[in-house]
Design a binder for this molecule. Structure first.
Ligand SMILES: Nc1ncnc2c1ncn2[C@@H]1O[C@H](COP(=O)(O)OP(=O)(O)OP(=O)(O)O)[C@@H](O)[C@H]1O
Length: 963
């Protein structure tokens, strides 16, 4: 039972033109919460007009109540509208007054008792009848849900079409389409065609009374009686409430009103709860109609429970959809914000690289100076790429690839050449300036420049400078570039195994880069640099492709005019590039490459040359690098000579340079230390002053004794001196300190480096003389060898291990290679033959087990050139005769005793000189090589050229050997 009394202190509600009606809650079942729910619903409805068909909960209409007796609504205290409103609701619909009612079709949802619903009445006759009924103080009609057309899906909404069709329905047709059970609806207000209905009790149509407007006879329905204390009904209603609470948790939409409602549910009856649940649920109209038609309270509650449970699922889905959309939007917003920030930062830093137009303009600007010289095919590619750049998304990876590609393409010095200088005199001057000696090398280079001058170009030849380390190959390359006025670029191919280093990667690879040549051109900025390819003999084997073949394409004048880099993918003209290669061992250079090269060998330096290089080049540059003035240091010739002979005996001068640097570093430290100590001395000027003054005093004392005049003079002198040397004030003392300090730094001693104190600078000598014997004993002969590090001398020793009939054998040691072992066997045979010839009855070889050893056993040795030395060593043992003093030899021997040519004549000669050899035996075939040597290398040497071993025999064991 619901009691409503109007009061000024009660809650107010103003909905859809309704007058603010003050309502005081009655005794048993409070409806105040519903009023609040109603107000929220109304707000919701105003915001969501599309959902306006949903019922609104109304507090002043109750089903099953006795309206006339129990409901008393008083007029609100203020407002003109209130009057009309109170007039409307003051009438209570008695069932007997409304047995025939106007039938209002509801297209979307049924009207639940206790809820408001706005509808639009398009039928003018019906509208007039409604207005008429209000005037007659009988503002009630029957609201009935419209059935769908047969065959249509109730969940399917076709919007305006449905609306339109229902207004066309009239009379019998409309009657047939109405659900039987509906609601007695109070016509709360009519504004235009909008009619606000308030649901009261349930009705059932019994028959049609009139057709236009449709009016029907109805029965007023009552809920089936139920037990308020029935546990099952209670439990079901509690479940409805708790489900509504759950909806409240997940859905903010119903939060306000459901919360309020459930708080006061204790005052509320079960049928109303069922109606409320169904009315606010999102169930379709048939499901709602089912609830409306159900008069059994328990069953109605159960139906409602199903609907609100569904509602909870829907709110969950709604929440997840909302969350997903929110995440998406916030993610996009964040991205947008960050992008904007990035742009701003880039702009601030001047790195606006993703600005396509600016980028294209930059590339065009860069290309502009070379546009005329740029080959047309390259220009075409650049233009195509620029167009592509404009079409690409700035954030795509393809964009970056294109941008990098364009960066490389436009950065290359297309057709940009430095003016070549073929002035031979200037070139000579530059080469002499940078390098001492190397006359033959310089001569070859000048020849090369002269040819270039006559041809007008220095293309077509690849120079290969070969020689031991540190002989100046790289620095000569640099000098040639300077002489020819070309830019210099050096890259080492030692250990290079990846063809991509030379030819670049294909652009499709991530992090792809062009090859070294393209990098070189970009680096030097001219298309005709001098490129020094270092360590070409140490080229790697290659795991993907053969680097030697790639180099061939690069170096070959026939091919390199159209060199194709994988990254650049446009042919580049490298024919104007001058290639200079360096190698330690020419034999290691792949043959096809060697074939295209002009090899210039640099053999190494003799002591004299090293002295000059050290004095005029290395010392000078090191001194300057250390910031030492020439007058501050003196390195004597003896010291330099000792340094070269005892510390730096290798062919090149790199080690010598290191040692000189070491000396100068120590000198620098010494100078700085002395300077510092000088300053310290100045810090105590009084001591110096005292000494100085003492000296002066002594002088004046002495002069005093001579004569009065002198004495007077002396005195005055003394005073002068005293006055000048003795500080009178503190300031004076400071001035003196300063002057003394300057003098101390100026007067640092000169550092002298001599043979005696050399070890203080560079430590103890690391090299001991290669020469082990002053005079070689029987069975030992000095040979000459060539290594990648230059020439060297080595001893070959033979001793007898065992003697006896038939014991003839040869044991070899000293890490000899196969060729050298064979050479030893040959030597054994040849020696035997020669001994037979010289001393027919000497059976030494037949009855002796020999052991041949080549010292420095840790160093592997190979090659045939020690053949003649081995024979001589064996014969010396057999004859029990030492060889001539200071003799060294080299030469391959055949089984018949012929002497074949060897390599490295210059290196071997230099090595022989280092070991103070006086006589050298070379194969006759090497005479030309020897003749080409500089006179200073040959100076003081007695050189013999031989064809046959017999000649060596005479030279080694001849009569004049004792000399
Ligand atoms: N004849 C020379 N006159 C003056 N300086 C020289 C001479 N020969 C070599 N040098 C100097 O020796 C140093 C080493 O030379 P460089 O690096 O050119 O040797 P390299 O033959 O290229 O050695 P590597 O085979 O190890 O590369 C350089 O500082 C160079 O100036």
């Amino acid at each position: 039972m619901l009691k409503l009394l109007s009061s000024s202190s009660c809650l107010q509600s103003r909905i859809h033109g309704l007058a603010p009606t003050s309502i005081r809650t009655g005794s048993a079942e409070s409806t105040a919460p519903f009023l609040r729910v109603l107000s929220s619903l109304s707000r919701f409805n105003r915001r969501n007009p599309n959902l306006g068909c949903r019922a609104f909960f109304c507090s002043d209409a109750t089903e099953g109540s006795e309206p006339a007796a129990d409901v008393e609504v008083k007029e609100a205290e203020s407002g003109a509208e209130a009057k009309s409103s109170s007039a409307i609701v003051s009438t209570n619909p008695r069932p007997e007054d409304y047995l025939t009612v106007l039938a209002l079709p509801l297209p979307h949802r049924p009207l639940f008792p206790g809820f408001y619903m706005p509808i639009y009445v398009k039928d003018p006759k019906l509208l007039a009848a409604l207005q008429d009924s209000r005037k007659r103080q009988a503002p009630y009609a029957g609201a009935f849900l419209l059935k769908d057309e047969p065959g249509t899906d109730p969940s399917f909404v076709s919007g305006s079409e449905t609306e339109k069709n229902i207004y066309d329905l009239k009379g019998k047709e409309l009657f047939n389409r109405l659900h039987e059970v509906g609601t007695l609806a109070q016509i709360s207000s009519i504004q235009g065609d909008q009619v606000i209905l308030i649901g009261h009790r349930r009705l059932r149509i019994t028959e049609m009374v009139s057709e236009d407007p449709l009016s029907v006879k109805v029965d007023h329905l009552k809920d089936k009686p139920y037990n308020k204390d029935d546990d099952v009904i209670k439990a079901t209603s509690f479940e409805v409430i708790s489900t509504l609470r759950d909806v409240l948790k997940t859905s903010s939409l119903w939060r306000d009103h459901v919360q309020t409602y459930t708080q006061h549910i204790g005052d509320f009856n079960f049928p109303r709860l069922a109606d409320f649940g169904a009315a606010i649920s999102g169930a379709n109209k048939l499901q709602c109609q089912e609830v409306l038609e159900e008069l059994d309270v328990y069953k109605r509650l159960k139906l409602t429970l199903e609907l609100v449970k569904k509602e909870i699922e829907i709110t969950k889905i709604q929440e997840s959809i909302a969350k997903a959309i929110e995440e998406k939007i916030s993610g996009e917003q964040r991205r947008y914000l960050l992008n904007e920030q990035l742009k701003a930062i880039k702009k601030e830093l001047g790195l606006e690289t993703d600005d396509k137009t600016a980028l294209s303009a930059k590339f065009r600007e860069r290309l502009e100076p070379n546009r005329d010289k740029c080959p047309p095919h390259v220009l075409q590619v650049i233009e195509e790429e620029l167009t592509k750049l404009q079409l690409l998304e700035a954030s795509s990876s393809e964009f970056n690839v294109t941008r990098n590609y364009l960066d490389w393409l436009t950065a290359l010095p297309w057709g940009n050449y430095s003016d070549e200088n073929f002035d031979v005199l200037r070139a000579q001057k530059i080469l002499d300036e940078d390098h001492y000696g190397l006359t033959d090398v310089k001569e070859r280079i000048l020849e090369f420049i002269a040819v270039g001058k006559l041809r007008g170009t220095s293309q077509g030849k690849i120079i290969c400078l070969s020689g031991p380390p540190g002989v100046g190959k790289t620095s000569i390359g640099r000098s040639i570039a300077r002489a020819l006025n070309r830019k210099f670029f050096r890259f080492s191919v030692g250990g290079l195994a990846d063809v991509a280093e030379i030819k670049g990667h294909r652009r499709t690879y991530i992090g792809a880069m062009p090859g070294k040549m393209v990098q070189c051109l970009k680096n030097v900025g001219t298309a005709n640099p001098l490129v020094l390819i270092d360590e070409i003999d140490k080229l790697g084997r290659g795991h993907a492709g053969d680097p030697a073949s790639a180099l061939l394409e690069l170096l070959d004048p026939e091919q390199n005019a159209n060199f194709l880099d994988h990254y650049l993918d446009v042919p580049i003209d490298l024919s104007k590039v001058l290639f200079v290669c360096t190698a330690n061992v020419v034999e290691m250079i792949p043959n096809p490459l060697l074939d295209r090269m002009e090899v210039i060998a640099i053999a190494g330096y003799i002591t004299d040359e090293k002295m000059h290089i050290a004095r005029d080049y290395l010392e000078k540059s090191t001194r300057e690098a250390c910031g030492i003035k020439p007058e501050q240091v003196e390195v004597t010739d003896a010291a330099l000579l000792a340094l070269i002979e005892n510390y730096c005996r290798e062919s090149g001068v790199r080690n010598l340079q290191k040692q000189i640097e070491k000396i100068y570093r120590k000198i620098a430290l010494q100078l700085v230390r002395q300077g510092a100590s000088g300053e310290n001395e100045v810090a105590e000027p009084n001591q110096a002053e005292v000494e100085q003054v003492d000296g002066l005093l002594q002088n004046t004392d002495a002069s005093e004794n001579h004569s009065g005049v002198e004495s007077a003079e002396g005195n005055s002198h003394e005073q002068e001196n005293k006055s000048s040397s003795e500080p009178k004030t503190i300031q004076d003392a400071k001035e003196i300190e300063n002057i003394e300090g300057q003098e101390a730094t100026k007067t640092v001693e000169k550092v002298l480096v001599d043979k005696e104190n050399l070890s203080d600078f560079v430590g103890k000598p690391v090299f001991h003389a290669e020469r082990i014997f002053d005079r070689t004993p029987v069975g030992v002969v000095m040979g000459l060898a060539w290594t990648a590090m230059g020439g060297s001398t080595l001893y070959i020793e033979t001793t007898q291990v065992e003697q006896g009939e038939g014991k003839g054998a040869l044991v070899l040691t000293g890490q000899l290679g196969d060729v050298m072992k064979e050479s030893a066997q040959i030597a054994h045979t040849v020696a035997r033959a020669i001994l037979l010839k010289e001393e027919a009855d000497n059976t030494f070889f037949a009855s002796s087990k020999l052991h041949l050893h080549v010292p420095a056993g840790a160093t592997p040795k190979d090659g045939p050139s020690a053949g003649c030395t081995m024979i001589t060593s064996m014969l010396s043992l057999a004859l029990k005769k030492p060889v001539k003093k200071d003799l060294a030899m080299t030469g391959e021997v055949t089984l018949t005793g012929r002497i074949l040519p060897i390599g490295g004549v210059k290196e071997k000669t230099i090595a022989a000189r280092r070991s103070e050899v006086k006589t050298i035996i070379f194969p006759s075939a090497n005479r030309r090589d020897y003749d080409e040597l500089a006179p200073n290398v040959k100076e003081g040497l007695d050189v013999h050229f031989v064809d046959d071993y017999s000649q060596i025999f005479d030279l080694a064991f001849g009569d004049d050997q004792s000399s």
